[in-house]
Design a protein around this ligand. Structure first.
Ligand code: MOS
Length: 640
């Protein structure tokens, strides 16, 4: 997983919007004037801008195959063959890409909103020919991460650092939103053909799923990962998945919340709904009857799997039993068509190695350092919860230092492995600290919290360090972590597979005159193993549902087929969900610890939260209207 160094400035222009110069000035106005004075001239070359452009090239990934899907499909009593699509979509966090670089006394300090402080350090050092030992990166808080700030494509970092070195003064850049569309990675446009086969009694026996996506000429956002969730949602024993990149002259696409499963499960879970309708089966009952306990791609069991429990609990809370099977059979008193839809999601549960230090002082202060990045998902809250449950310390003087390469070895925080990396290490640190205190006090019983106890025995502080690795990882994972490399395991562990699951139930209402689609209520029940921080976990799920709403009904990047630029590169024209769009989102958890994934029994949550909610909306729209809409985003004009 060694990432190439970041491109800085090149003579060869690979895509429209690629930066050609950095202008540094004392004021923003002067910088803008300077940038406008740059008048590059170009020699033109042929290029391909969108999926169907001439001049694209196709790269196929290795198939994901188990059983014999073609043969099983031929023997199926009922089949579905349908194609779906998900558009290009861009991250639009509130915080823009931002870097501040300071070159002082032979040290480079970079403050950047990144999910990968260690990776940023390594890439900046590499690009600037510096010894990584003199580069520090700090990323205390990120105003919206979700993959955009995962390290790829942050072209500005090394440039800004170089400018700071040349000028001997701190340099800061905040990329305007209009440029973010061209600088950052994005969710690629993808197309999905799904064929499903079932026996007459509703057992799904075959799935053939072909995925393709837009890709840059050299990009490496992997197409094969479209199969990671659909192949493990149900107990289907015969599966063949193909995947391909369509290479274009655009900047690289990348990870954006629930990267592959978002689009893959939109397709797959829409197809399952189509199959249920063709079979005349209730879509919840069909799913319940197709559960499976084995990851057929490896033959290993799942370490825990409560998908059916999610479906049962969601159906109960939603009142699913009052649903009538036929489309257009439910309506509201104002004449709106009412539709109830369901869909599920799965997402790999991974874990990163971590090193943590914990220092408790007699002065009342506690300092804890571990790998992790706070992008609003609540990783600090989860860490604090474990520390405060296990240790009698002053919460007001508890300092949790994450995202800082000077504090502890840092690992990229992504793929929903943040909590699964930091929290088991934190639990271990708590246990080790309790041992150290017991040893220090040697049976004496001293009143007061731990700070008071240290003061009483005249010990200025106690400091411990622990490390934790994932199942199947050895010391090499810690070595890689310490070098700023990759140290992630899962979802395929040596003897088991670990996935997180969710079931979403959605009500839509279609207004009779405007055909406006409203979503007044959603019930989402997740299986993420043990829940560490109930409030931030529920908030994660709500955020995922909001984004899935936005993806299903609002967001699409408009690409200029003539030049390859992005036409709606601002928040007026790139429409995202707003507060008034969102109704009630009732979130629940199964909260059953996974016995194998890690010592705390937790599984990833941030990404699975989003998966399945978009198809649940599309399935509800079908139930309301009888129209099967297979292309996101679904808009008013599709219901006229
Ligand atoms: Mo996530 S899309 O891996 O930050």
């Amino acid at each position: 997983h060694a990432l190439p160094p970041p491109p800085t400035l090149e003579w060869q222009i690979a895509y429209r919007g690629q930066p050609v110069a950095l202008v540094v000035a004392e004021t923003l106005e002067a910088a803008i004037e300077g940038a406008e004075a740059v008048q590059p001239t170009y020699e033109s070359e042929p290029f391909a801008a969108v999926l169907d452009s001439e001049g694209s090239s196709r790269d196929s990934a290795e198939d994901v195959t188990f059983g014999n899907a073609e043969e099983a499909l031929r023997g199926a009593a009922v089949t579905i063959d349908a194609s779906y699509s998900s558009p290009t979509q861009h991250h639009n966090p509130i915080e823009l890409l931002a870097t501040t670089a300071i070159w002082e006394d032979g040290r480079l300090t970079i403050h950047e909103c990144t999910q990968d402080s260690a990776g940023t350090k390594g890439m900046a050092a590499h690009a600037l020919w510096l010894d990584p030992a003199v580069v520090d990166v700090k990323s205390a808080y990120i105003g919206g991460g979700f993959g955009q700030k995962g390290g790829m494509g942050q072209r500005q970092t090394a440039l800004v650092a170089r400018a700071a070195m040349l000028l001997g003064r701190p340099v800061k850049i905040v990329t305007p939103r209009g440029q973010i569309f061209h600088l950052a990675t994005y969710r690629p446009n993808s197309r999905h053909r799904v064929r499903l086969g079932a026996s007459a009694d509703g057992k799904m026996i075959a799935a053939l799923y072909d995925a393709e996506q837009e890709q840059s000429r050299n990009g490496y956002f992997p197409s094969a990962d479209y199969h990671e969730a659909p192949s493990r949602l149900y107990g289907i024993e015969n599966y063949r998945g193909t995947a391909a990149d369509i290479r274009l002259d655009r900047q690289p696409p990348g990870w954006m919340r629930a990267p592959h499963p978002q689009a893959a499960c939109f397709a797959f879970e829409s197809a399952v709904d189509e199959l249920a309708f063709k079979l005349g089966r209730d879509p919840v009952a069909l799913r319940l009857a197709n559960n499976g306990g084995v990851d057929h791609s490896t033959g290993h069991p799942y370490s825990s799997r409560f998908l059916n429990e999610c479906l049962d609990e969601g159906a109960r809370r939603f009142g699913w039993s009052r649903r009538t099977l036929q489309p257009r059979s439910m309506s509201a008193s104002d004449g709106s068509l009412v539709g109830w839809g369901v869909a599920c999601g799965a997402y790999p549960s991974m874990m990163a190695a971590a090193v943590a230090t914990l220092r408790i002082g007699a002065d009342g202060r506690t300092r804890y350092t571990v790998s992790g990045h706070e992008m609003g998902q609540g990783i600090r809250t989860a860490i604090a919860t474990v520390l405060l449950e296990g240790l009698d310390i002053d919460p007001d003087k508890l300092e949790i230092v994450i995202g800082d390469t000077t504090a502890a070895p840092q690992h990229m925080t992504a793929g929903s492995w943040g909590t699964a990396g930091a929290v088991p290490a934190t639990a271990k640190a708590v246990a080790r600290m309790r041992e150290a205190i017991a040893e220090l006090l040697a049976g004496r019983r001293i009143a007061g919290n731990l700070h008071r106890q240290l003061a009483t025995v005249r010990r200025p502080f106690l400091r411990i360090q622990v490390s934790e690795v994932a199942p199947g990882q050895g010391p090499e994972a810690l070595q890689s972590l310490r070098r700023g490399g990759f140290a992630v395991a899962g979802p395929q562990y040596p003897t088991f597979t670990t996935m997180s699951y969710i079931a979403h139930f959605v009500e839509v209402r279609i207004e009779p005159t405007t055909r406006r689609i409203r979503v007044p209520r959603v019930v989402s029940i997740a299986d993420c193993g043990r829940v560490i921080s109930p409030r931030t976990a529920a908030s994660q799920v709500r955020g995922g549902v909001v984004w899935a709403f936005s993806a299903a009904l609002r967001e699409a990047t408009e690409i200029d087929p003539r030049y390859g630029g992005y036409l709606n590169n601002d928040l007026a024209d790139y429409v995202v969900a707003v507060n008034a769009d969102i109704g009630d989102i009732d979130v629940g958890f199964i909260d059953q610890p996974d016995p194998l994934a890690n010592s705390m029994g937790l599984k990833g949550l941030g990404e699975v939260a989003m998966v399945g909610a978009s198809p649940a909306i599309a399935n509800a729209i079908f139930h309301a209207t009888g129209r099967r809409l297979r292309d996101m985003p679904i808009r008013i004009e599709h219901l006229l």
